[in-house]
Write a protein that binds this ligand. Structure first.
Ligand code: PEP
Length: 241
């Protein structure tokens, strides 16, 4: 499977910037097709992407009905989304999302053939207390649904303390955690043993080559650096062929 270079624009941009970004990527997508490119814009701008693969940043845990403000997996499929981020730490913290809710979202997405990008990661307090692996493994075991396979979903290890801080995890921390996640998948979720594991948290052009070519790092989930197309491209180009 190709490495996945996924951009999460969060609540940034507008229709014009999304269209311009998409146009600027057209040539790059053909030239650097050794990686898989994806952008997850805010819901209203998903349709502004026509060259880039479309993703969403969240979806409802429900199928349809009286859920004001929610967007269902069926609607995302209708918009041409192939991936959707779930369980991002900002949603876990600001919207009190727990593993059970994330798991229900995963089920919704899989039933509409959209690949969930399931985010997991420990806080600084948890890391300092020596609980990083325990927290991450619980998030994985409780968020993944039974019908997960290596192909139909993606994990993103995003230590909370590295998101938006400019301070990425060290190569040593990343390879250690990704190795432990790989072992956990092999031992507890055999159908998902080869699932791609992305790293996220202050990935930028200057640290991309080191992080993206490490063992068990199958791509990146990129926040702020995905808003500048030069940086986003530079990160994808750093993946060795
Ligand atoms: C993110 O929000 O998923 C993220 C990784 O953000 P940043 O790259 O800005 O740290």
């Amino acid at each position: 499977m190709k490495k996945l270079i996924a951009g999460n624009w969060k609540m940034n941009g507008n229709g014009d910037t999304a269209e311009a970004f998409d146009n600027d990527m057209e040539e790059v997508l053909n030239k650097y097709s050794h990686v898989e490119w994806l952008i997850c814009p805010p819901f209203p701008y998903i349709a502004s992407l026509s060259n880039l693969q479309r993703g969403a940043q969240d979806c409802s845990a429900y199928d349809r009905g009286a859920y004001t403000g929610e967007v269902s997996a069926a609607m995302l499929a209708d918009m041409g989304c192939t991936y959707c981020i779930v369980g991002h730490s900002e949603r876990r913290t600001l919207h009190m999302e727990d593993n059970k809710l994330v798991r229900n979202k995963v089920k919704q997405l899989l039933s509409h053939n959209i690949r969930p990008i399931i985010c997991v990661g420990e806080t600084l307090e948890e890391r300092e207390a020596g609980q990083a692996y325990e927290v991450v493994s619980r998030q994985i075991l409780e968020s993944l649904s039974d019908n997960i396979t290596s192909e139909n979903a993606v994990l993103a290890y995003e230590p909370v303390w590295a998101i938006g801080t400019g301070k990425a995890a060290t190569l040593c921390d990343v390879t250690k955690m990704h190795g432990m996640i790989r072992d956990l998948l092999k031992s507890s979720l055999a159908t998902a043993a080869k699932m791609r594991i992305l790293y996220g948290g202050s990935v930028k052009p200057s640290n991309a080559a080191e992080l993206l070519n490490a063992d068990n790092v199958d791509g990146a989930l990129i926040g702020s650096a995905s808003l500048l197309h030069e940086d986003f491209i530079a990160i994808g180009k750093a993946v060795e062929i």
